[in-house]
Write a protein that binds this ligand. Structure first.
Ligand code: GLY
Ligand code: MN
Ligand code: MN
Length: 435
């Protein structure tokens, strides 16, 4: 678990980079209605979670940088015995201070009277507009009210600027405890994938496999970090396939893209294996190719390499391999130049991973692909998807969709594959399925 002292350190670091004279405002995620009076399961906003570890809705964090370190103020719900009887324990004002290390905490109901006062004499407000429109409107009204006071003995804020530049760069570099949470999240997801491989049989449904994944997550104090993709046969060619209810046919591949969330941190793993436990000839050829692309791409996840190097390593292997297999025609240079792989490989080779599955952080700096540094965590997930109706390729390739995805931490040394416990060579997958 991430300790309160680490959250405190993050808040202080953020205040230092915002500078004196700033005020930072970070609201909790709103609750969302699913239907009628049923809510979606609550998930805290990742920025808010990163700075507080506080998982309740109806809260706003206000950070006030000062010469001597600054102050963290949390507005949150007061404890309420009646509500606790329905929904369980709440932190309340005392919990915010005692357990979450806030300097001050006030009832959420006092936000409207207290927050405008905290904006006085602050030149710059750091706040991400566009997340909760109602809050945007209020904040702008408070600022305007302060500005338009006829005789004022304070300075009203001059500007509202996004917090993401400062905060999202911090979030990109994972601390030791974040890496260890991500390792746990990956280990649980790996266990779920292994379980799926071991249980899969022709005639089962995608839904049964989906249920097994959730079983493994839930049994290990995790939830799904996104809705699992369980695509048998040509369903694997639908990149965001989540219907997950078809029957799994003998002779087909099954693509599973599923990750766990532990202590807020996501894993994101994909494996593609044969429903009956044995890869057929064409499946083998294509699988070996995607695996080679993935291994070459992972090898690029080192300090000093650029973000684009990871993708380009995968694209080069895939292009050459598809030429060799006759799926693409012509010469390598021309095929690469014309990005012919895009017919079968439409997505990127990865993304940052952290509190969000597609985590925050810039991929380019001043127009150049970003250099990888220790502490960054990315997914490496090349794939090939040949639609069942693609008559430009030989019949044996049609309807094959293959992706292999691992979670990789950049370190000073070798790339650290956090999700390494799920087998991915043909021999290892077949051995596990046969066991
Ligand atoms: N599971 C979402 C992704 O792979 O990006
Ligand atoms: Mn991914
Ligand atoms: Mn994925």
């Amino acid at each position: 678990m991430i300790k309160p002292s680490e959250y405190q350190r993050r808040r202080k670091q953020l205040m230092r980079s915002a500078g004196e004279g700033a005020v930072l405002i970070i609201p909790a995620a709103p609750e969302r209605t699913r239907n009628s009076d049923v809510l979606y399961p609550y998930r805290q906003h990742s920025d808010f979670l990163y700075l507080t570890g506080f998982r309740e809705p109806s809260a706003v964090l206000v950070l006030l940088p000062e010469a001597r370190g600054g102050k963290a103020v949390l507005f949150c719900r007061e404890r309420d015995a009646k509500r606790e009887m329905w929904d369980g324990p709440m932190a309340g004002i005392e919990g915010a201070v005692n357990d979450h290390g806030m300097d001050e905490a006030y009832p959420f109901t006092e936000l409207e009277t207290r927050l405008p006062k905290l904006l006085r004499d602050r030149t710059r407000i750091f706040f991400d507009l566009g997340q909760v429109p109602e809050f945007d409107r209020k904040l702008i009204a408070w600022v305007n009210e302060l500005r338009n006071r006829p005789r004022k003995d304070f300075h009203a804020p001059d500007e509202i600027v996004g917090i993401d530049q400062l905060l999202h760069d911090m979030r990109l570099y994972k601390s030791r405890s974040e890496i260890s949470a991500m390792r746990k999240s990956a280990r649980v997801a790996a266990e779920a994938h292994r379980r799926a491989m071991q249980l899969c049989r022709p005639g089962m449904t995608e839904g049964q496999i989906h249920a097994e994944l959730l079983h493994a997550f839930t049994a290990h104090h995790c939830e799904a970090s996104y809705i699992p993709i369980v695509g048998g046969g040509a369903n694997a060619c639908v990149l965001h396939y989540i219907a997950n209810r078809d029957e799994l046919a003998d002779g087909d591949l099954l693509l599973i893209d599923a990750g766990a969330e532990y202590d807020g941190y996501a894993s994101d793993i994909t494996r593609t294996f044969p429903v009956n436990g044995r890869y057929s000839g064409p499946q083998r050829d294509l699988y070996e190719l995607v695996l080679e692309a993935q291994l070459k791409a992972i090898d690029q996840a080192r300090p000093g390499q650029q973000w684009d190097d990871v993708h380009m390593a995968a694209v080069r292997v895939l292009t050459q391999g598809m030429l060799d297999l006759g799926i693409l025609k012509g010469g390598f240079d021309e095929a690469l130049e014309k990005k012919q792989y895009k017919r079968f490989y439409v997505h990127n080779t990865g993304h940052w991973l952290g509190l969000d599955v597609h985590d925050v952080g810039e991929y380019t700096i001043d127009g150049h692909s970003r250099e990888l540094e220790p502490g960054m965590v990315l997914t490496v997930e090349p794939g090939l998807y040949i639609r069942p109706d693609d008559h430009r390729v030989r019949k044996k390739w049609r309807g094959l969709g293959i992706r292999i995805e691992d979670d990789v931490a950049v370190t000073r040394d070798e790339p650290d594959v956090l999700s390494r416990q799920v087998p991915k060579t043909i021999a290892d997958v077949e051995a596990l399925m046969a066991a």
